[in-house]
Write a protein that binds this ligand. Structure first.
Ligand SMILES: [Zn+2]
Length: 149
């Protein structure tokens, strides 16, 4: 007979699976009140953990998440990406054009009357502001789709 009592680890292993410990240890349990008591204590703890009710949300989480996902899928996400891509390429194209033709542009601005520059500036600013507002609106709409309320 094994003289030493079972360790905490051995007892836990035994409670979870009675064949997890060696023959000698199992024999010890059969004749040791202290170890039997310890086993009973662990069994009670484990069964309490198992019987604990799953945490419940006061709202239907699955329904809420799924409805958000469905709403997001309905929006033309791919179309949005394409628009961003085209805009990006357009900006890139304009940027390169300005960069490589900067001398020509300098001549253009030096040679043209003040009013032409004003018109170009106002038109460009208006376009940029319109684009910025549009992007901001899109961004806010996407944010609203994600917010849970
Ligand atoms: Zn013992």
């Amino acid at each position: 007979m094994k003289e030493l009592h079972l360790s905490e680890t051995e007892i836990q292993a035994y409670v979870l699976n009675s064949s997890a410990i060696g023959e000698e240890s199992r024999f010890h349990i059969q004749h040791c009140g202290i170890c039997k008591e310890e086993i009973a204590r662990y069994k009670a703890v484990f069964s309490t953990i198992e019987n604990q009710a799953l945490p419940k949300f006061e709202f239907n989480l699955e329904k809420m998440v799924m409805s958000q996902i469905m709403a997001a899928e309905k929006s033309p996400a791919k179309k949005g990406v394409l628009v961003y891509l085209i805009t990006f390429l357009a900006i890139l194209g304009i940027g390169f054009t300005i960069y490589y033709a900067r001398e020509y542009f300098m001549d253009l601005f030096w040679g043209t009357p003040q009013i032409s520059i004003m018109i170009i500036t106002v038109a460009a600013s208006g376009l940029i502001i319109f684009q910025a507002v549009d992007y901001f609106r899109k961004f806010r709409r996407k944010l609203n789709q994600l917010s849970f309320n």
